[in-house]
Design a protein around this ligand. Structure first.
Ligand SMILES: *Cc1c(COP(=O)(O)O)cnc(C)c1O
Length: 418
């Protein structure tokens, strides 16, 4: 579900024609729909309204502070994976008691920052990290609330780059040794063991890996309980997929039904860390056609956005629908939609059947709200694009387009060259 629709053959974001935003803000730019963001958050969160739970939006999917502020206003918490994300969350007035901190490589500074902010809990990914957290907490005279991120060795059946719950992955603590570590952690003075956590991957389109992981986590939970260690939180991570093309992932309510049924005998608060499912379909990347070029047996549509703006097609061979902003009578062609960057991997679509657009036409690259802007870079010295939030008939730039000066702002010519 999203609010990007045609009216009289013109594509709108809610009540605003995309042509209007293109004219005012320029292209390329990301455009997000607030109604869609709100709807997605509420559908997910409401699906668990009958059980104690906390929806901690995964900041890494889209970290703009306007979005964080929106989710916080809807009662959400966040899952952060860096000090920078924690900084953003605090700036957006997310309640620290609704912040969980995940990630395999938390630095001392990040741990200190999170302890000083009094976050809800650290999702600890190794014994070494546990020791570091303890050391820092004891220096600060604090008690660090923690969960262990357990690796249940489950194949999430998604792209290998976004599979995180297999034994061979760098994430989490092997479920076989987790029990021992729990019992050990429980005796460390500046550590308070309050939860158990797992996150097995992203863009999952099946329920079974979630349920298989939960079964294994439950066993561990019950074993710990039997030994007198009662855990208050069960964090099941994120990972629910969205339809980019043909795939039909489970609906959040279906996911919720299955999880609730499986977890009902565990008397604890459930935490979720959804990212993509909240923001993915709530954003598009708006781009303009620069040139058409006839290659050997194929047409290249060269647009002003590139892999530095949206890397998913290049990185994961991800599929994104591409729609003309103004529908016209155009013959169909099979084309590659490519950007201006000097890399053959710089494409948004290959061999795509689509209308033969022309120079100056606008295209909407759909489902670009998650892992879009956040993964963008300045490669080829391209300023990062603007982000726009639409709300009904209104819109506002929520991140300005970078300018050339921004590109070199932090650089310096050394004295000996001056
Ligand atoms: C990436 C990530 C998420 C969010 O994943 P989605 O697939 O976007 O829902 C949640 N938790 C952790 C620990 C992550 O690394």
């Amino acid at each position: 579900m999203h609010h990007f629709h045609y009216k009289n053959n013109k594509l709108y974001a809610e009540g605003v024609p995309l042509t209007e935003i293109a004219e005012a803000v320029g292209t390329p730019c990301y455009i997000y729909s607030q109604a869609t963001l709100t709807h997605h958050f509420k559908v997910f969160d409401n699906a668990f309204s009958d059980v104690p739970h906390l929806t901690c939006y995964s900041v890494k999917a889209n970290s703009n502070i306007a979005l964080l502020k929106l989710f916080a206003s809807l009662g959400g918490g966040v899952d952060v994976v860096s000090g920078g994300e924690l900084f953003r969350a605090l700036k957006a007035d997310v309640s620290p008691k609704k912040i969980v901190f995940s990630g395999v490589g938390k630095t001392e500074d990040e741990i200190k920052m999170a302890l000083e902010a009094d976050i809800l809990m650290f999702n600890v990914e190794s014994e070494a990290e546990l020791e570091t957290i303890h050391e820092i907490a004891s220096h600060l005279g604090k008690i660090a609330p923690i969960a262990l991120r357990v690796n249940p060795d489950i194949d999430p059946k998604t792209h290998p780059y976004i599979s995180t719950g297999l034994k061979k992955s760098k994430f989490g603590i092997d479920i076989k040794i987790a029990e021992q570590l729990y019992l050990k952690a429980n005796h460390i003075p500046h550590i308070r063991v309050i939860g158990i956590d797992c996150h097995i991957g992203s863009q999952l389109t099946l329920l079974s890996p979630f349920l298989d992981a939960l079964e294994r986590i439950k066993l561990l939970y019950q074993k710990l309980e039997a030994q007198g260690l009662k855990l208050q939180y069960l964090d099941l991570g994120g990972g629910l997929g969205i339809p980019y093309g043909e795939e039909i992932p489970p609906h959040p309510t279906e996911y919720a039904q299955a999880i609730k049924a499986a977890a009902q005998d565990l008397n604890c608060t459930l935490i979720f860390e959804p990212g993509r499912v909240i923001v993915g379909n709530a954003g598009i990347l708006l781009t303009k056609v620069l040139y058409l070029k006839q290659g050997k047996g194929k047409t290249f549509i060269i647009v002003d956005a590139a892999m530095n703006d949206l890397i998913r097609p290049s990185l994961y061979h991800a599929h994104h629908e591409i729609k003309p902003v103004e529908k016209m009578e155009r013959p169909l062609v099979v084309a590659d939609v490519v950007g201006p960057i000097c890399e053959t991997g710089d494409f948004f679509a290959q061999g795509r059947k689509m209308p033969l657009v022309q120079s100056g036409d606008l295209l909407a690259i759909m489902s670009a709200g998650a892992y879009g802007f956040v993964m963008s870079s300045n490669y080829n010295s391209r300023p990062r694009v603007a982000e726009v939030l639409v709300n009904g008939d209104r819109y506002q730039v929520i991140r300005k387009r970078e300018c050339y000066e921004d590109l070199i702002r932090l650089e310096k010519i050394p004295e000996w060259m001056a």
